[in-house]
Design a binder for this molecule. Structure first.
Ligand SMILES: [Zn+2]
Length: 331
């Protein structure tokens, strides 16, 4: 009898644990996703161009979100801003008037792992975009809001940081990074990648443009470089029965694996992929001033964030470790 009681107790605890994490998944709320996305894509941030006041405002906002969630700073630095200097590769006359100092910042937060603290899982997105371009205004709109590219990925990264903080069960250390300067050369990710031994990074989820429906419709997304590691297969296994599907990147001629910040870490062998829904052969607002909040499907985006949270569970628990990228096979 005693043995049975213990079994029943364990079963009850197991079930309670399960429903608790399921309930927490519902805390990834549409209202919160909308609030964050709306601000990051607002005209007030002037398209978040690297070295602009708008991007500084965005950085302060992201840092405040991390602070509100109670996340730790990287290496206990005491600040979420990872600031470094770099000369812009091309400076326009407009820029020279605006640039006061040539520093730029990633915004980085941490949830320390419980038993595998020296093993990192990274969730990232770039928060910079193209700024204001009056020469390339369309229908009088000169602000390139980048609501999908990549306020959407940045919003998802922030939402995931809040979720995993509440879940509070990660064995591996989770790092949340908003990268600067992706659109002008990937300098944010490059600086970030030099702050630790790449061997300590067990997986990187880079999130890009998840605000519109993928070519397969709702509840789906694609993973760039799917065949380069078994990470995509692990994520899909964790989503079994959920109705959500991760597909291999269908735009193989576009080299998307090499066109976002995941590449920097992949070149160091890290299983580092970009998750996206962007229809790269037909996305109507890509790199246009019309990439605005109203064009996004927030319902679907919120479901995608939940799916990413669920898909990552066995990796953050230290149960699954994706194979590494064979760097000799990269272009
Ligand atoms: Zn982008």
């Amino acid at each position: 009898m005693k043995h049975l009681k213990i079994c029943l107790l364990l079963l009850a605890v197991g079930l309670a644990g399960k429903s608790w994490s399921q309930d927490l998944l519902s805390t990834i709320s549409k209202a919160e996703t909308e609030r964050i996305e709306k601000y990051l894509a607002s005209d007030e941030l002037e398209g978040r161009k690297t070295f602009s006041k708008g991007i500084d405002k965005a950085a302060a906002f992201i840092a405040n979100e991390f602070a509100q969630a109670g996340l730790a700073t990287f290496n206990n630095s005491g600040t979420y801003l990872q600031t470094f200097s770099r000369m812009p590769t091309k400076i326009t006359k407009e820029d020279t008037n605006k640039i006061e100092n040539l520093t730029l910042s990633n915004v980085v937060a941490v949830i320390p792992g419980k038993s595998l603290a020296n093993e990192y899982v990274i969730f990232s997105a770039h928060y910079d975009h193209l700024g204001i371009n009056s020469v390339r205004a369309v229908n009088g709109d000169s602000i390139y809001n980048g609501a999908n590219d990549d306020a959407a990925g940045t919003t998802a990264m922030i939402m995931l940081s809040k979720y995993f903080k509440k879940l509070n069960n990660n064995e591996r250390t989770l790092i949340f990074a908003a990268f600067t300067a992706e659109e002008v050369g990937g300098f944010g990710a490059q600086y970030f990648s030099k702050q630790f031994d790449p061997m300590s990074v067990k997986a990187m989820f880079n999130l890009e443009m998840i605000g519109t429906e993928s070519k397969w419709g709702k509840n789906s997304a694609y993973i760039t470089g799917y065949e380069k590691t078994d990470m995509g297969a692990i994520l899909q296994k964790n989503l079994a029965g959920s109705g959500f599907t991760f597909y291999p990147d269908p735009y193989s001629d576009q080299n998307l694996f090499y066109r976002s910040d995941n590449t920097t870490l992949a070149r160091l062998g890290v299983p580092a992929h970009t998750i996206s829904t962007s229809k790269m052969d037909s996305e109507p607002n890509y790199h246009k001033p019309s990439d605005e909040f109203q064009t996004l499907d927030i319902d679907n985006m919120n479901e995608i964030i939940k799916a990413i949270a669920k898909s990552a569970q066995s990796i953050i628990a230290g149960k699954d470790t994706p194979t590494r990228v064979d760097t000799t096979q990269l272009k």
